[in-house]
Design a binder for this molecule. Structure first.
Ligand code: 5BU
Length: 471
């Protein structure tokens, strides 16, 4: 069996049923591996072989009275198995016919018969579960499902808790291992997939289930969904300026920061700085920056990433040399210390009358970041705890609330990474995976024509947003 599986893995790779790179799943999650097993219908010999190996997962054919393939990819496979084993087949309609019999299940069967489900790729397990529910409604027994690839993202346990034992030919990692042994993929690809599985396990999947609304809404309707004035202004700015660009100005001289603010201010919605890298800080600089923000209509974000206990955070926000609370429209904070950090920021605003907002750093862009799915999940509940929080800094579509804004750093047109762990995605990719605002730093600040480059990012991001809301 092992040798056969290896040959099968190789054949599937060669016909490009497996692809590696940056893809987006149905629910808008990034994935480094994508399966398109539909291509097997163009390779009958492979399809036949695959069906035979898949059917060898059954202990004895007499244990099943019926076979049901989940449309579409698994249908021809189920058909071949049905022919070879001489066990009749059922087809589950996606919707009941509106005329005639209104049947959900096509084919002849008796109540109490045992039906096995055939599926190509399992992620959450929900497709198999829906099929099983319809079969069970008709009185059939469903206790097993045979699948080609288990993506190891919670499907097995979901099915188990619903009384279905899933048997797979390959788990995603086993498949990667075989392909690595065959010299088809690099050890880095294996590592990427392994990290992906760790980070994308079912908790994050559960969060994704209903994440379509936010992505489909336009900014002007979302402006009405929030009651934080900074968020509402941001939505309106994005709409009016047709820009979702946040410029990260990681420069150390105040004149250079102001120069960029003046040049690019009309085309951005946020100018983001790290005040602690500025070498010639003065109150005069803050005044010039605020004047520029007013003139060109953008918000100022201090990417301070507060992360201490509330009391300390409150002092860091309000006091010290920088007095951040007095001038930054928006700040960032890590939720690692719990909700006390947010309470500290609220306290730091005592006596400040201008509106303020916080972005919670939920998921970081750097390689090996410890912000895994459970952390993301807990951060989202903290985000909902205060009106001061206007959004999340994250890399994937992890929340549905249209009032919250997804800010995504790690965006560049060409490079995929820097030498110190930063990882980049394209503007189109980040918008597809949920970014409302994209943070671009060196992609613009190191360009020889900063204005032209900024306009390119702005245009690409805006087009991707329009595509997202209209698709
Ligand atoms: P870059 O030059 O486009 O790589 O700059 C990205 C900016 O976004 C930089 O200021 C970082 O501090 C910031 N950043 C990030 O890159 N990744 C993260 O996960 C978070 C912030 Br949070």
């Amino acid at each position: 069996m092992d040798g056969e599986l290896k040959k099968l893995a190789e054949a599937l790779f060669d016909i490009e049923a497996l692809k590696f790179g940056n893809f987006v799943t149905k629910v808008g999650l990034p994935t480094p591996v994508y399966f398109d097993l539909r291509v097997i219908i163009s390779h009958p010999k492979i399809m036949q072989k695959l069906s035979k190996i898949l059917w060898s997962l059954s202990n004895e054919s007499s244990e099943f009275n019926q076979i049901c393939g989940v449309p579409y990819t698994a249908l021809p496979i189920a058909t071949i198995i049905s022919m070879e084993s001489n066990i009749p087949m059922l087809i589950r309609r996606k919707e009941a016919k509106s005329y005639g019999t209104k049947k959900l299940i096509e084919g002849k069967f008796k109540s109490g018969e045992n039906c096995v489900i055939i599926e190509d790729v399992v992620t959450s397990g929900s497709s198999i579960l829906e099929t099983a529910n319809d079969l069970r409604t008709e009185g059939l027994k469903v206790t097993q499902a045979f699948v080609i690839i288990d993506r190891e993202q919670g499907g097995r346990s979901l099915l188990k808790s619903n009384g279905i034992k899933m048997k797979s030919l390959f788990t995603l990692m086993q498949l990667m291992q075989l392909l690595f042994e065959l010299g088809k993929v690099s050890s880095e690809a294996v590592q990427n997939v392994s990290e992906y599985i760790k980070n994308c396990h079912s908790p994050i999947k559960e969060l994704q289930e209903n994440c379509q609304d936010r992505l489909k809404m336009n900014f002007s309707s979302r402006a009405k969904a929030t009651n934080n004035p900074v968020a509402s202004r941001l939505f309106q700015l994005m709409d009016a300026k047709k820009s979702t660009l946040c410029l990260a100005v990681d420069l150390t001289k105040t004149d250079c920061i102001i120069e960029l603010a003046e040049l690019l201010g009309p085309h951005i919605v946020i100018l983001k700085i790290h005040i602690d890298i500025v070498q010639d800080f003065s109150e005069e600089f803050i005044k010039r920056l605020r004047d520029s923000a007013e003139k060109h209509n953008f918000l100022i974000m201090e990417d301070r990433k507060f992360g201490d206990i509330g009391h300390t955070v409150s002092l860091q926000y309000r006091k010290g040399v920088y007095k951040i609370a007095e001038w930054a429209d928006i700040v960032t904070a890590h939720p690692v210390a719990g909700p006390g950090t947010v309470s500290g920021l609220v306290e730091g605003l005592d006596g400040i009358s201008e509106p303020r907002g916080i972005f919670l750093v939920t998921e970081m862009s750097s390689r090996g970041a410890l912000t895994t799915s459970n952390y993301v999940k807990s951060s989202i509940s903290i985000a909902k705890s205060s009106n001061l929080i206007i959004g999340l800094v994250c890399q994937s579509n992890a929340f549905n609330d249209p009032a919250l804004i997804q800010l995504t750093p790690g965006v560049k047109l060409v490079e995929k990474s820097d030498d110190l762990g930063q990882q980049y995605n394209s503007p189109e990719f980040v918008v597809q995976t949920g970014a409302d605002i994209a943070v671009v730093g060196r992609g613009i600040t190191e360009s020889s024509n900063k204005l032209l480059t900024a306009l390119q990012y702005k245009e690409k991001l805006w087009m991707a947003y329009q595509k997202r809301i209209s698709d």
